[in-house]
Design a protein around this ligand. Sequence first.
Ligand SMILES: Nc1ncnc2c1ncn2[C@@H]1O[C@H](COP(=O)(O)OP(=O)(O)OP(=O)(O)O)[C@@H](O)[C@H]1O
Length: 257
Amino acid sequence: MELRIEDLTVHRGGRVAVRGVAFAVPAGARVALLGPNGAGKSTLLAAIAALVPRTSGAVLLDGEPAHRLSRRTLARRVALLEQHADAAIALTAAQIVELGLLPHHRGHRRPHDAAGQARAALASVGADHLADRDWARLSGGERQRVSVARALAQRPALLLLDEPTNHLDIRAQLETLRLVRSRGITVVAALHDLNHAAAWATHVAVLDHGGLVAFGAPGEVLTPALIARVYGVTATVLDHPGDGRPVLALDPTEEDS
Ligand SMILES: Nc1ncnc2c1ncn2[C@@H]1O[C@H](COP(=O)(O)OP(=O)(O)OP(=O)(O)O)[C@@H](O)[C@H]1O
């Protein structure tokens, strides 16, 4: 799905959280959404999914304004993995994943192979062993894997991920990013790890105080000057000895250390 964001402004709690953001990516792009805490990443993701109202501007999904689509149509096309999953739900992991199939139900009928689809989605994130466990009793990382499975079970054309590697061990982080890449769908992921962004994304969008301060290919955007300006961190960009992709070595700047 092609994603186009036009001059998008969003208020939260009476303050501007996203300010005049505009960028466009073709179908199949992987966008790493970067920026310090409070920069507006979660708000932008929620606004793309039309879960928070826009103040002005537009989100176009394959050219159609998202705010004109019905909830059900949106849910069939766009999945959002939120940052903080609600733990207080009395369902098993498999039942949580089945919730991802809801937009594809016909009327009130659940697909006949819903359980199989849920198990397959769990298996794809290496979490089939969790299927019958209580969601509320899973560890943070286990819950994160199940949430990714639920989002994939939704079969979206646009996948929005808010810190998808949160709580995951390093292997699970890399596998999760590889898994969503293998789907070939458009993905926008808020990330804090600049090296994950450099290795995984086709495009990088950097937010600061709600505004878009840089957008482009990772190698063009993730410069020491940009990283110092936005994060107050000294970066040295190295070439990965294997494939030459940029690898960032990071240190706090003098005044922040
Ligand atoms: N529900 C809300 N009500 C009021 N203000 C909010 C709400 N959610 C976010 N904000 C404010 O909007 C701004 C952007 O927050 P947002 O969560 O989008 O940032 P973020 O880049 O995702 O941050 P983080 O990296 O810490 O998750 C912040 O100033 C935040 O305090």
